[in-house]
Ligand binder design. Sequence first.
Ligand code: 13P
Ligand code: SF4
Length: 303
Amino acid sequence: MNITEMQQKILELKKEKDFCILAHVYENREIVEIADYIGDSFGLSQQAAKAPNKNILMCGVRFMAETVKLLSPDKNVYLSNPVAGCPMAEQLDVELLRELKKQKPDHTVVAYINTTAELKTECDVCVTSASALEIVRKIDNDKIIFIPDINLGQFVQANIPEKSFKFFHGGCPTHAKMTKKDVEAARAAHPDALFLVHPECTPAVTEGADFVGSTTGIMNFAKKSEAKEFIIGTENSIVTHLQFDCPDKRFYPLSKDCVCNNMRVTTLPDVLACLNGEGEEITLSPEVMEKAKGCIDEMLRLG
Ligand code: 13P
Ligand code: SF4
């Protein structure tokens, strides 16, 4: 089967077997093309909860499939490739977080959504890269433990200087690769381009950017902008998708190395295998479901 035939087969099977396919926007083009919904991890979970289908297939990484399950407990949720994990989501374990909480019992624990469901059971509220500033501003406590991404945390801290923050030194290895030198080189090569960047990059990279925001925020900004050229400081799939969506504009990657291999591991044969009953179903214990969901509900209440 070639790519088009395989995509056709997937579209037939998902209808026949009542599947809704979700693709994170970092997935490869051929995956994004067969998805019912494309977006960031929280947006996808909300779409899945509203979808009429009994079965949900997540093309993304494990924490995203877990978040879908938390918001759709009665649906069967599958992860398209079981080895697709997010290194940042797994950097901090529950025991270490309990220790941190013991040292700072008067702090509110804020978890980036890129965390395992198990870790979320020990957190007070979740944030996404799009909602972090709004949620942290609204928390009724000025002492915050922010986990696991120190870069997103420092971005929040710089914008909310009236609160005090305790960080865990974690982060996204893909975004952390980009440096100030990459910014200087890209700005010099494309002097008319606007620079749009994700807050998972270090402060040295985000400072002075024309826009700092989530993947959805970056894409919306580029589509609506009058500008014609953009340097994109996030996973390079966004460069490809934007170039497809806006053929009259030009998009340049900040660095050729900003590639998340975990997001690239899912293939069309994986999706086909899942639809044929060979996928991994996500199961969470009732205790994890209840406690982790509390942390997401709190984000929804504040957001
Ligand atoms: P968003 O899509 O929420 O901006 O997150 C980026 C990311 O790194 C997902 O793993
Ligand atoms: Fe995790 Fe970074 Fe990959 Fe997103 S881009 S899945 S945060 S490693």
